[in-house]
Design a protein around this ligand. Structure first.
Ligand SMILES: CC(C)(COP(=O)(O)OP(=O)(O)OC[C@H]1O[C@@H](n2cnc3c(N)ncnc32)[C@H](O)[C@@H]1OP(=O)(O)O)[C@@H](O)C(=O)NCCC(=O)NCCS
Length: 167
């Protein structure tokens, strides 16, 4: 089935919340777990509207047969950091390894270039080989390591790599 990549619209809010709850439960690589994000339908719709009001930011959805199977976000920083944008991405586990992550990342990089963003940056768990490989393939370089970036529910810590793509 074909995968489409499109900008999120307020009508996507309900499906987006369900998607976020699903990926939170599927991976330990995100800032939230199976509890999902405490957000209402109206709040999510407003987040999407706000993103669409500021053309430099972008929330992209990968859809398969109308269902959300992945998302990628570009969020610019303020003032003297306005040349930089924070990147985030996730794909549902059932669809990993089929190039959806690459397509979302490429669309986000295209957006960043069109908006004259100079640096796309992200933080990735240092043991998240799949994501790090995806980023390296697209030109990201490691800036440094942030030790103990996450403290998990069981008390263990996870280090993160800071990475940047200098456009
Ligand atoms: C990271 C993620 C977005 C990648 O999505 P995806 O749709 O699987 O991405 P792709 O299919 O385009 O593959 C990405 C790369 O992983 C590689 N890969 C596939 N299986 C792999 C494995 N078992 N180990 C390491 N790399 C692997 C692919 O070869 C590809 O590299 P390439 O571009 O050099 O060929 C997805 O795994 C995900 O959502 N993970 C959970 C959330 C997450 O970690 N987000 C990132 C937070 S920083």
């Amino acid at each position: 089935m074909d995968i489409t990549i499109e900008r999120a619209q307020p009508e996507d809010a309900g499906a987006l919340i369900a998607f976020l709850n699903r990926i939170g439960a599927e991976t330990d690589n995100l800032t939230f777990g199976s509890e999902g994000l405490p957000i209402t339908l109206e709040e999510e719709a407003e987040i999407i509207r706000e993103k669409n009001r500021s053309p430099r930011n972008s929330l992209l959805l990968a859809k398969k047969g109308g269902d959300i199977v992945g998302d990628a976000s570009i969020e610019t920083l303020p003032r003297r950091m306005a040349h930089r944008a924070e990147f985030g991405i996730a794909v549902v586990k059932a669809e990993w390894g089929q190039g959806i992550g690459s397509r979302l990342l490429e669309a986000a990089i295209e957006h960043a270039k069109a908006q004259r963003i100079e640096i796309v940056e992200l933080e990735v768990r240092s043991d998240n080989e799949r994501a790090i490989r995806l980023y390296r393939t697209h030109g990201f370089v490691k800036i440094g390591t942030y030790r103990k970036y996450f403290k998990m529910e069981d008390g263990t810590y996870a280090d993160f790599d800071l990475m940047g793509l200098y456009l």
